[in-house]
Design a protein around this ligand. Sequence first.
Ligand code: PEP
Ligand code: MG
Length: 587
Amino acid sequence: MKIFQGIPVSPGVSIGPLTIVDSAVRVRRRKVEPRQVEQELERLATAFPAAQQKLEANRDAVGRQLGKEYAQIFEAHLLILNDPKLRGKIETSIRDDLNSAERAVEKNFDQYAELLRGLQDATYAERANDIVDVKTRLLNELLKANQDSGAASERPAILVASNLTPSAASNLDPAKTLGIAAETGGLGSHTAIVATALQIPTVLGVGAFVAQATDGATAIIDGDSGRLILEPTDEMLRKYVAKRDALRREKELLTTNYASASAITKDDVTIEISGNIEFPYEASECRNYGAHGVGLYRTEFLYLSQNDGKLPDEETHFQAYKSVAEKMEGRPVVIRTFDLGADKLPEGLTFASAKEPNPFMGLRSIRLSLRNTEMFRVQLRAILRASVFGKIRVMFPLVSTITEFRQAKMIFRDVCEELAEENIPFDPDIPLGIMVETPATALMLELFVHEVDFFSIGTNDLLQYTMAVDRSNKDVNFLYEQECPPLIRLIKRVVDVAKMYGKPVSLCGQMGSSPANALLLLGLGLRSLSVAPGMILQMKKVCGNVTIKECEEIAQNAMFKETSSSMRVYLQSEFRRRFPETNEYDA
Ligand code: PEP
Ligand code: MG
């Protein structure tokens, strides 16, 4: 038995066989029998032209949308793909070393990339990233061919990887993914957010462990404590089977008691508990758990789960938004315009930010929308068209100046006029809101209140930019703690100012999904929280068992805490005092 400690990012327990996967796609690293060599070579021969076709299509599409200079990236990728020496090495690796086509591609591309990185030159290092891109593309083709022939009808398994991108995570089949463990990644990473959305127990930032894992061996993921256990003893296995069963029973009880209940405090204050979604099907979960609405629809996952290397067209957007609006049956749905860039980069599509040295500080989110207005308009048209099927609100992410909001609003109004001219119906009164995700916006909120219809506090980014800490970097994860005094002060400021001007304010960052933190947030004056769908019932239970008065006292005391850890210890002790029956993992 080997036990590793990582960062718990998605709760629950999973037990099962593990599968070691490539960073981006689910590929077994296997050897083949001599009689299978020809078949593997044939698979390779099919994958190359398929990858070439996609690259050419991307080159043309990106050239049209972003300009020729961005299309050149794909020319470089095509050159790598067509390098005869590399291709020869891959074929030899299949023939002589009996590697599967995937393994041969992975090995040879990785060696090539390593060689370039070793040259310690920035230009070569960048080229190494291109090589990894092309490798992923080829692996995707091989994987797809596998699935087409039914060869990859894998059994459900715990996936372990050195790194799992948000884009790869959004393509996982939750029915076949029991749990996830990765060497990299942190609490605020979008991989963590997707895993939570899919309700897959997940541990990230484990550090080097994949080399010690054996494909097919039994593993346990404890998404509450952050433990990853490889090849557990019988005693450990028994303990975790009991914990998994207890969790299931608890969930059933919550559903019975709270699915159709409202979130009303003991002193009769109604709290809106909405759900954060990444995929349209999650809207049904929100409705089934009796959510107030969808408080955050992260529409960028429409781009991330598109695995044909193309941007979703207006119809694809429209169908997704219409289905969410309809599923919510008149409850409010806040559609956030695409928040791409930084760690959210669609596989196969290259945005300018992919090559930035500092992508979280760079061309992401609303900045990317305002730079690529054609792409932005396609999405806005679809949202507006879907607005007649429900109660839709539009929210812009990462707005850091009033000018950005004004520009986005101007484009929005222009798209409204365009639809009106085409006699396409839409809701003319859609409220326009912003995410408060930068200290700049929090500090300048008095300016925004006159023009913005509603605010939603995005604590995941607000924490990242307040503490100057990369939210997905495990090495600085100790600074990424949500119970962070400066963050709490900014939240208080935003809530106070919004209330003073009568503007609706909600909070949709991960922080709100922690029941212990909810006591503080209610005490700070928030009456609307949008949480991971799996936490909606739990949050209703918390609201129903406290008074606003006691939460206000907690918030007042919390303001005196000097550090994140003393704040967390305090909030958890207040929570446990009120909910002693709750397991450690729930707080
Ligand atoms: C946030 O930053 O808190 C947020 C909700 O947005 P995302 O996590 O998608 O960046
Ligand atoms: Mg954000």
